[in-house]
Design a protein around this ligand. Structure first.
Ligand code: FES
Length: 102
């Protein structure tokens, strides 16, 4: 299958890879990446849906400003994927709608 990711490694670099689980799917991503970059590398294009209109969202700014990259990381909802570094064993799920209050 052809890799359709918009992200690729520069100059044929072969970094150490870590294994994460994205919505039940196991993927390998570079260990230095943010969660947002790792998900884009793994061909994930929808990170969350807006609470009101359920419009799909994906990272826009990649620097913590737009909040279009919200995901659930290891059970914690509303994490900015662009501001968290990926680490081995992470479980990431897309956010759907508004966060429930505890
Ligand atoms: S991509 Fe804009 S806050 Fe994460």
């Amino acid at each position: 299958m052809q890799n359709v990711s918009l992200f690729s490694l520069i100059g044929g670099a072969s970094p150490r890879m870590v294994r994460i689980v994205v919505d039940g799917r196991r993927v390998e991503v570079p260990e230095y990446a943010s969660v947002a970059a790792a998900l884009l590398y793994a061909d994930v294009t929808v990170f969350c849906h807006t609470p009101v209109g359920a419009a799909p969202r994906a990272p826009y700014c990649m620097m913590g400003v737009c909040f279009d990259c919200l995901v659930e990381i290891d059970g914690l909802p509303n994490q900015q994927a662009c501001m968290v570094r990926v680490r081995d064993g992470m479980e990431i799920k897309p956010m759907a709608g508004a966060r429930a209050l505890a």
